[in-house]
Structures are given as structure tokens and as C-alpha cells.
Design a protein around this ligand. Structure first.
Ligand code: UD1
Length: 341
């Protein structure tokens, strides 16, 4: 089966590509490399010994998408492509609406034209806003507080409307919690541009001596140690969730929604201390102001994915930290290392 992976050079997508190729799928990747590197594609090919058909195109180019669908016999799409920095989305909302919303509309139009009606969409736990209680189940009310989150929720709404209008579609909305870690080979991992916004890549830079200390955003939340609690999931576990979702779509389920998390919450300090244990070195940190828009705690109820997909995360926090550190040590400059080989 041939699967189109939009945004296929990115962090979660590259790990999903490894699992897809391992499971026998053929892959076509469309990525404009706005926030990713072609090197990740090359590394996935090297890891798996298989070829990926790669198009350096934007999903906002409807004509280019049309040509790809005309040429390749695509049967399903995993849609990762999109801008994803919360702070940037507040400064440049139109860019986020244009890329994420318009790009998705073009993709859906072309899929419809070619009769491809199987879609896995990368949504986010951000669509739960400030949850009233924990853990979060898929039927919780949805709300968002920034343009990035709004694009995720609007795309979910678009897909729900599309399905109402045409029941031939099979759509899996996957709501990711906090992916960290890396492939255990250390060949692929997270490679953010500039100073990272997210916790784990930031800690890795401090651990490597590239940044002075981790600013812990607040220690006065209503959590055991006062710092923010999140549901961190190993990116390889998250990747296997996509394979299970694709398999589910083969059974004509209609539109389905799943939380992909571990169901366990860890605080910022627990993450820092766990990584210290792995690298056997202290990681300097300072408590700083809360980050606007952050919530205290967020973790998933993962029962639905377990029951309906037969999927659950199996990798523990130690493994997430070990694999993240292994990737960082092997690639101190991310994909820039090894590009010239
Ligand atoms: C963030 C986004 C979320 C998005 C997700 C994608 C915000 C408010 N939310 O989630 O919409 O879907 O990334 O990966 O940006 N922290 C620190 N110091 C840091 C960085 C983070 O203390 O330098 C804390 C945060 O306050 C939070 C936890 O670490 O408690 C995790 O933060 P982060 O990795 O940015 O993820 P989220 O905020 O959960």
C-alpha cells in the first residue's frame, strides 16, 4: 500500500516513516523543508534499506499536489505538514492560517479528486485547552487559546464536516501528547531551528553545554512539585500509533479520534532529574516566570486507543531520556552533522 506522508521530513514523521517502511508500506513524502531537513529522509532510507519517493513541495501548491496524485498511486495520507510553534503563531497568525488551513484544504480537495479518502491527521492535545479534570478522554470539550491550536481545532472541525457530508471518508484524528526521545539508533531525532521552545530539546542543549540553564516556567502550579506536568511519550511509540491508525482505517471505521499518550504525567523537574540520571551530570536550572498560556497539568486517558487500536505506549521515561541523549551526542548540530557525507 502506498501512503503519502505530508511533512514527512519532520520529527514525528521521520520516525513514522521508519515504522511504515518496516511494516511494508511504500512511502511518498511531500515536504517543503521549511522547518526540516532532507537529511532525515536519507537517514530513514539508510536505517531501513528502503527507498522513499521525495517531493520538495509545499502542500499550499495545489497544482504540485495534483501532479503527485496523478503520478503516484496513493491510497492513504498521513498529514503531518504544518507550522507548530505556539509563540510564533501569535506573532504571525496569517502564516499559520495560510499554511495549516489552506494547505489542508488543498490536500483534501486533491484527495477527493483522486478518490483517496483515507486520512490520518496529526492533531494535538492542545485542542483540550484547560481541561476541567484529568486524565483527558477524547470526549472532553474542545477549546484553544492561540492561533496554532486554533488551526488544529479548525482542521479537526473541517474533517468532521467533511465526514458528515461524505461517509466514504475514513479519518483518524490523532491527538498527540508530548513526544520526546528519538530512534534508538541515534540516526533520527528532533532538530528544531534556533533556540527550542519545547522542554526536552531545550534541556538537551543545556546538558550539552550550549545553553547555560533551563528556565523552569513556574513552580507554583497545583502539581506535586509545583512545576508543569505533561504526558511525555516516546516518539517511536507515537509512530507505531500511526501504523495502528492506518490499519484501523482499512476497516472503514468512519471518523475516529484517539489520544496518543502514555497516561502518565511527569513534572518539569522530574524530566530534568531523570535526564541527569542518564547523563550522570547535573543540569543547571532556574525557576522563572510562568509561560503565558501554559496549563498546570495535562495527561491522557489512553483506554480508547488501547481498546480500539490495540495500541499502547511501552517505552518508559528512562528510555525516552536515553534515546534523546544518544541522538544529541551523535548529532550535536542535528542534521547538519553528516549532511556533507
Ligand atoms: C507545547 C505547546 C502545544 C504544542 C506542543 C507541541 C505551548 C503553550 N504549548 O506544549 O500547544 O502542541 O508544544 O510539541 O507552547 N517548560 C519549561 N521550560 C522550557 C520549556 C518548557 O519549564 O524551557 C515547561 C512548560 O511550562 C511545560 C513543559 O515544560 O510545563 C512542557 O513544555 P513544552 O515542551 O513546550 O510542551 P507543551 O507546553 O506541553
Amino acid at each position: 500500500m502506498k501512503v503519502l506522508v505530508t511533512g514527512g521530513a519532520g520529527f514525528i514523521a521521520s520516525h513514522t516513516n521508519v515504522e511504515l517502511l518496516g511494516a511494508g508500506y511504500d512511502i511518498v513524502v511531500v515536504d517543503n523543508l521549511a522547518n526540516s531537513s532532507k537529511e532525515s529522509i536519507r537517514r530513514v532510507e539508510r536505517l531501513t534499506g528502503k527507498k522513499i519517493t521525495f517531493y520538495e513541495e509545499s502542500i499550499c501548491d495545489e497544482k504540485a499536489l495534483d501532479e503527485i496524485f496523478a503520478k503516484e498511486q496513493i491510497e492513504a495520507v498521513i498529514h503531518f505538514a504544518g507550522l507548530k510553534a505556539v509563540g510564533e503563531s501569535c506573532e504571525k497568525p496569517l502564516e499559520y492560517f495560510d499554511n495549516n488551513l489552506c494547505g489542508t484544504i488543498y490536500l483534501l480537495k486533491v484527495m477527493k479528486k483522486y478518490g483517496v479518502k483515507s486520512l490520518v491527521f496529526s492533531s494535538s492535545a492542545t485542542v483540550y485547552g484547560l481541561p476541567e479534570k484529568l486524565p483527558i478522554t477524547e470526549d472532553f470539550p474542545l477549546s484553544v487559546s492561540n492561533p496554532y491550536g486554533r488551526t488544529k481545532l479548525m482542521i479537526e472541525d473541517m474533517l468532521r464536516d467533511l465526514y458528515q457530508a461524505d461517509k466514504e471518508w475514513n479519518i483518524a484524528l490523532l491527538r498527540y501528547f508530548n513526544p520526546i526521545g528519538a530512534h534508538e539508533s541515534g540516526e533520527i531525532g528532533e532538530d528544531p531551528n534556533g533556540i527550542p521552545n519545547n522542554l526536552m530539546p531545550y534541556i538537551l542543549k543545556v546538558a550539552a553545554g550550549e545553553l547555560d540553564y533551563v528556565g523552569v516556567f513556574g513552580d507554583d502550579y497545583n502539581t506535586p512539585d509545583g512545576t508543569g506536568v505533561r504526558d511525555y511519550i516516546h516518539v517511536v511509540d507515537l509512530a507505531t500509533g500511526h501504523i495502528k491508525a492506518l490499519e484501523k482505517l482499512q476497516q472503514n471505521p468512519g471518523l475516529v479520534t484517539y489520544n496518543l499518550g502514555t497516561g502518565k504525567g511527569y513534572s518539569v523537574l522530574e524530566i530534568i532529574h531523570n535526564l541527569e540520571k542518564v547523563i550522570k551530570k547535573q543540569i543547571p536550572y532556574k525557576i522563572v516566570e510562568r509561560r503565558p498560556g501554559d496549563i498546570g497539568s495535562c495527561y491522557a486517558d489512553v483506554t480508547k486507543a488501547k481498546e480500539e487500536l490495540g495500541w499502547e505506549a511501552v517505552k518508559e521515561l528512562d528510555k525516552m531520556c536515553q534515546d534523546a541523549w544518544n541522538w544529541k551526542c551523535k548529532n550535536p548540530n542535528g542534521y547538519q552533522d553528516g549532511q556533507a557525507e
